[in-house]
Design a protein around this ligand. Structure first.
Ligand code: ZN
Length: 472
């Protein structure tokens, strides 16, 4: 069952200027988290106005009573522990002044600067000067707030620390560095002229007089490699296209390859770059970039939520080595195809400052899927009422799942083979493995055709015409 809770759905185009809509929502969220931290129903609203007979009487009646109790009768509390999202969301939600956009200072966690000087972010050595400017562990991000903007409501969250507002590995690596490094490497391997030059710098890896022929061979090579290394079909890219390797700074768009596809093809490109590493100094640097990033990713794969000290150190070494080579390539070829971006600096924080947490476990893959599902739900609703309807439908879906689970626990519903994993079965006295093996069809009570699993689809046809006015 999904452990996410949908809080609000906002359409970007309908948000007010200066993110006033987002800030209003975050105020309510902060208020809600405040109540969760005390474990009691609040006595005031998010603006500090006390509930009473004239203002939300139902809430006034509940004020000061426990929010929820555990099985042992004790109050349950909740605590904010981390915030995730892409850099743009962190910027907007936390009112960051120092970010990837224009401006010298690029980071809310340290004093790294875009200007080539002492704290230049392109210094990826262990002794880089910007590493000595990290903010303290209890910092609420004061240094990075915009001086003219109001303080973000999120900074009032109980236990808030700017260190827990993390750069996301998926957005930084798969949808950041790899989206540019992989096509830059492929451009050279396909024997195409880099950047603004008209002549190719190296012979193509795949033979063929025309570019299309070489791309076709590269695709066949990738497919054979993916089959050999058992890359799941869902994680494979559809195909390499000419648009991938076109232009001064080639980039793979999200329409051509999803994050998982880009990530899964990294070892293949690294293998090809490594095979060519001896041909020139630039090819050696290229191999160092791709192999370093692939090895860094390999250190995180298959590990649990926390990394061993050796894996963490190893990943950090590969990361810094790869980024140093990238900075060198970007310096040698200012006209393309290699480019150093602030996301490279974000990757340094992920590798060096995660304090043992595995970035591959904390990434936003599943959250992005969740957003995708919510978006589908939004599309199926009428535009004017969609923000409210989506939350209502989500609550309905969650309620149906809870009811189905309750019925399963009470034995009123036969478990379905697909829904037999995990805790509920232990509580009804069966083991998951045993129950999965035994077909439950015969034991199903009369009338119960389906067990609990997915809730019924809540997508409905978008109604025509104007939405009805709510009853007064
Ligand atoms: Zn920084």
């Amino acid at each position: 069952m999904d452990t996410r809770m949908l809080f609000a759905v906002l359409k970007n185009s309908e948000m007010q200027a200066a993110h006033a809509t987002l800030q209003r929502c975050l105020e309510v969220l902060t208020w809600s988290f405040g109540a969760l931290a005390t474990g009691m129903h609040p006595a005031t609203d998010e603006l500090g106005e006390a509930f009473g007979p004239g203002h939300e009487p139902e809430r006034a009646a509940k004020a000061g009573t426990p929010l929820a109790c555990g099985l042992d009768g004790l109050n349950l509390l909740g605590a904010w522990c981390e915030m995730r999202g892409d850099w743009e969301f962190l910027r907007d939600a936390l009112h960051l002044a120092n970010h990837y956009g224009p401006g010298a200072q690029i980071c809310h966690l340290c004093g790294a600067s875009r200007d080539p000087g002492l704290t230049y972010y392109g210094d990826f050595s262990n002794a880089a000067a910007h590493r000595a400017t990290l903010v303290g562990p209890h910092c609420r991000g004061e240094r990075a707030w915009k001086s003219h903007a109001p303080i973000s409501p999120l900074c009032r969250l109980p236990g808030f620390s700017v260190w827990r507002c993390m750069f996301d590995f998926m957005h930084t690596m798969d949808l950041g560095l790899l989206q540019r490094c992989i096509p830059a490497a492929l451009q050279g391997l396909l024997g195409l002229p880099p950047g603004k030059s008209r002549k190719a710098h190296e012979a193509p890896f795949w033979p063929g007089g025309r570019k299309e022929q070489r791309i076709k061979l590269a695709n066949a090579d990738y497919v054979a490699w993916a089959k050999r290394t058992k890359v799941p079909a869902s994680s494979r890219i559809k195909r390499i296209t000419g648009s991938w390797v076109h232009g001064r700074f080639p980039c793979i768009s999200m329409e051509h390859a999803k994050a998982a596809g880009v990530r899964a093809m990294l070892p293949w490109v690294a293998e090809k770059a490594e095979a060519r590493a001896e041909s020139s100094p630039a090819a050696a640097l290229r191999a160092r970039v791709l192999t370093g990033l692939a090895k860094m990713d390999a250190c995180y794969r298959g590990q649990g939520r926390f990394l061993s000290l050796s894996s963490e150190e190893e990943a950090k070494g590969h990361c810094l080595s790869a980024l140093a080579a990238l900075a060198e390539l970007a310096g040698h070829f200012p006209d393309g195809p290699w480019r150093l971006q602030p996301k490279a600096h974000a990757l340094v924080h992920i590798a060096c400052d995660a304090v043992g947490a595995n970035p591959r476990v904390l990434h936003c893959y599943q959250d992005e899927d969740f957003v995708g599902c919510t978006k589908e739900l939004y599309r199926a609703c009428h535009g004017r009422t969609a923000p409210r309807r989506v939350v209502q439908r989500y609550m309905l879906g969650t309620a149906l799942q809870l009811v189905a689970r309750e019925e399963l626990l009470a034995g009123r519903r036969a478990p379905r083979a697909a829904a037999l994993r995990g805790g509920p079965l232990a509580r009804v006295g069966g083991s998951a493995a045993a129950s999965s093996a035994a077909a439950p069809a015969a034991a199903a009570p009369a009338g119960a055709k389906r067990g609990p699993g997915r809730p019924p689809k809540l997508l409905a046809k978008r109604p025509k015409g104007r939405p009805r006015k709510p009853a007064a």
